[in-house]
Design a protein around this ligand. Structure first.
Ligand SMILES: *[C@@H]1O[C@H](CO)[C@@H](O)[C@H](O)[C@H]1NC(C)=O
Ligand SMILES: *[C@@H]1O[C@H](CO)[C@@H](O)[C@H](O)[C@H]1NC(C)=O
Ligand SMILES: *[C@@H]1O[C@H](CO)[C@@H](O)[C@H](O)[C@H]1NC(C)=O
Ligand SMILES: *[C@@H]1O[C@H](CO)[C@@H](O)[C@H](O)[C@H]1NC(C)=O
Ligand SMILES: *[C@@H]1O[C@H](CO)[C@@H](O)[C@H](O)[C@H]1NC(C)=O
Ligand SMILES: *[C@@H]1O[C@H](CO)[C@@H](O)[C@H](O)[C@H]1NC(C)=O
Ligand SMILES: *[C@@H]1O[C@H](CO)[C@@H](O)[C@H](O)[C@H]1NC(C)=O
Ligand SMILES: *[C@@H]1O[C@H](CO)[C@@H](O)[C@H](O)[C@H]1NC(C)=O
Ligand SMILES: *[C@@H]1O[C@H](CO)[C@@H](O)[C@H](O)[C@H]1NC(C)=O
Length: 510
């Protein structure tokens, strides 16, 4: 089929660029965080597995978590290069915790069978077991140990990590973070859990819901704090013991968990956020479950994670997160909001705008420029400019009279060009975008006319004409660069091709 051919070629092309971009950006950004997505299946009109995978590819989703090990979905994910976390259901936990051979059979059927066609990187054993079925604690730990043993036997233990997602509710008094500890009644499970994670070099899986934290707070936290929106300095929340500043609840919840782990004398167990999201619709008493809030939260979460930094107490420990969730699970019991966490409709349309990382500055793939700050002192700009073109080693020939970036002939324009040239060349060696506070990073391409600024994504190549010509959003390897964020008409057309072929195949199946 013609459409499919186009799609395949385009994808190949794009993959090549994405790989180059990734390699280059990896040189400059030592950490690489990812955003994945949860796929719950309590959905009335769940699309066929192959269509689900097409949607994942369309939105450039690189990591998924399944709540079970559904064979249809796993088969459709084969050879897709999407990384997969599979799940043991809470019902299965009891069975596997009683029998090493059942655990070994589970690994064979749901993991070993699919490797290497599917990059399965983790097994989430149960879901919030400690808070939903506290008595199952001993079975949970045994199930994890048996599963790990079976992985060792299959020589898959280095590739596939075993862990279990926890609710924030296992932590008492999560604010201020430095006072947080685990509920000590759960110690008989949490302690061996941490021992297991530490010895198997696995990670702590955490479900982080500022939505619930905000609801429970009954107005003590600003909504912006829950939505990861910028807070004015005087509204930032300071932990009185550590003096760390918290600009959002997501980071505070991570630190509360890190602190709880530390207070049991464990260290070096990273946290992976297995769920986080915001419902876009709810009942009459769930007034914060709105499309607008969901859009703000999810997009801010994506840029927060892709900025590559950890929470205040663990700044160098990047946090990876799986958005909750791909489709709304209308068949779930509970309050109205419970059924409305999805980001896509089952026909593949986004429920609200899903933007890529355009607002993040040090994300793994966005193009970043260093320019003169608005309103900076002209004297300081002039000395910054002189330094950049002299000692700094920037190539300032383009801002000489008659050259492409000479106009407009003012110090702001010239300093911007020189700062950016310096920064792009030197950031890999510790060069910063500061210049005595007169410089700032931006995602807005300052190129104009034939004056071309180098962008971060290709700074290493030493080619000065690529920066502006690379249409960043459509080539970014990151997740969620939806077709809406792309200026490319082709991409929008392909989206329609894809959807019509999906609908076509769906109607064949009926
Ligand atoms: C995945 O790719 C491998 C190697 O190219 C091939 O042998 C296998 O059949 C593919 N699996 C599926 C399910 O497409
Ligand atoms: C699978 O994912 C891991 C973790 O990101 C990565 O290191 C590895 O290269 C991937 N393997 C394949 C075969 O894609
Ligand atoms: C601590 O855990 C126990 C056992 O699950 C539970 O009964 C208790 O309510 C928890 N305490 C708090 C304050 O959540
Ligand atoms: C938790 O359990 C471990 C191992 O039994 C014990 O060493 C530790 O003191 C306990 N911690 C708390 C806070 O109960
Ligand atoms: C952690 O270590 C400190 C110092 O070694 C000790 O005083 C404290 O009791 C330990 N706490 C636990 C929960 O084991
Ligand atoms: C909202 O109302 C529903 C039904 O009226 C009730 O079941 C639910 O507990 C309420 N939710 C909250 C958060 O108050
Ligand atoms: C990343 O986001 C956190 C939380 O908003 C912020 O404190 C931190 O400064 C950001 N890091 C960078 C490098 O932008
Ligand atoms: C998906 O369904 C929604 C609502 O029914 C509709 O507005 C939207 O146009 C559909 N999207 C596509 C691509 O068909
Ligand atoms: C400096 O930039 C100009 C174009 O602006 C280019 O022609 C020249 O080759 C560059 N010089 C060096 C040493 O990179």
């Amino acid at each position: 089929m013609f459409e499919v051919d186009v799609l395949v070629n385009w994808r190949r092309h794009e993959k090549w660029f994405a790989i180059v971009l990734l390699l280059v950006s990896a040189m400059f950004f030592h950490v690489r965080a990812f955003v994945g997505i949860n796929i719950g299946t309590h959905v009335s009109n769940l699309p066929p597995a192959s269509n689900v995978v097409s949607m994942l590819k369309l939105y450039k989703i690189t990591h998924v978590r399944l709540y079970d090990a559904d064979a249809q979905l796993l088969k459709a994910l084969a050879n897709s290069s999407i990384e997969v976390m599979v799940g043991v259901t809470n019902e299965e936990v009891l069975k596997l915790g009683k029998s090493p051979s059942a655990a070994a059979a589970w690994i064979n059927k749901n993991v070993a069978l699919y490797i290497p066609a599917i990059n399965i990187t983790a097994i989430a054993v149960g879901s919030e077991v400690l808070t939903s079925i506290p008595n199952a604690g001993p079975f949970l730990i045994r199930a994890m140990k048996y599963l790990h043993k079976a992985l060792v036997a299959a020589n898959l233990n280095l590739q596939v990590k075993v862990s279990t997602p926890q609710s924030m509710d296992v932590v008492l008094t999560s604010f201020p973070p430095s006072t947080a500890t685990f509920n000590s009644s759960l110690n008989s499970t949490i302690y061996p859990l941490l021992q297991f994670l530490k010895t198997t070099k696995s990670y702590y899986m955490l479900n982080v819901y500022p939505y619930y934290g905000y609801m429970k707070g009954n107005g003590i936290f600003p909504l912006d704090y829950a939505l990861l929106r910028p807070l004015s300095i005087n509204r930032r929340i300071v932990d009185p013991n550590t003096l760390l500043h918290y600009t959002n609840m997501f980071d505070a919840m991570l630190d509360a968990t890190y602190h709880s782990i530390k207070s049991l004398n464990f260290s070096d167990i990273p946290i992976v956020v297995t769920e986080s999201g915001w419902p876009w619709s709810g009942g009459a008493n769930e007034t914060y479950a709105t499309k607008k809030n969901a859009e703000i939260y999810v997009n801010n979460l994506i840029s927060r994670v892709l900025n590559g930094s950890g929470p205040p107490s663990e700044p160098t420990n990047p946090v990876n997160a799986y958005v909750y969730e791909l489709f709304s699970e209308d068949q779930k019991p509970g309050p109205m909001s419970e059924k409305n966490w999805g980001v896509l409709l089952t026909n593949g349309s986004a429920i609200y705008r899903l933007s890529l990382i355009s607002s993040s500055v040090t994300g793994s793939s966005s193009v970043v420029y260093c320019v003169a700050k608005d309103g900076a002192d002209p004297g300081k700009l002039q000395s910054g400019l002189n330094w950049a073109c002299g000692q700094g080693g920037a190539n300032c020939s383009a801002i000489q009279p008659g050259q492409t970036c000479f106009l407009p002939d003012n110090v702001v324009n010239h300093a911007s060009y020189a700062y950016n040239d310096y920064y792009q060349k030197m950031q890999g060696n510790g060069g910063t975008c500061d210049f005595e506070g007169t410089a700032t990073l931006t995602n807005t391409n300052p190129s104009h006319g034939s004056c071309v600024y180098i962008g971060s994504a290709n700074a290493g190549g030493g080619n000065t004409d690529g920066g502006a010509s690379v249409p960043a959003p459509s080539l970014s390897p990151g997740p969620f660069s939806s077709f809406r964020s792309s200026s490319s008409k082709l991409k929008a057309q392909l989206f329609h091709f894809l959807l019509s072929s999906m609908l076509l195949s769906a109607s064949f199946l009926l």
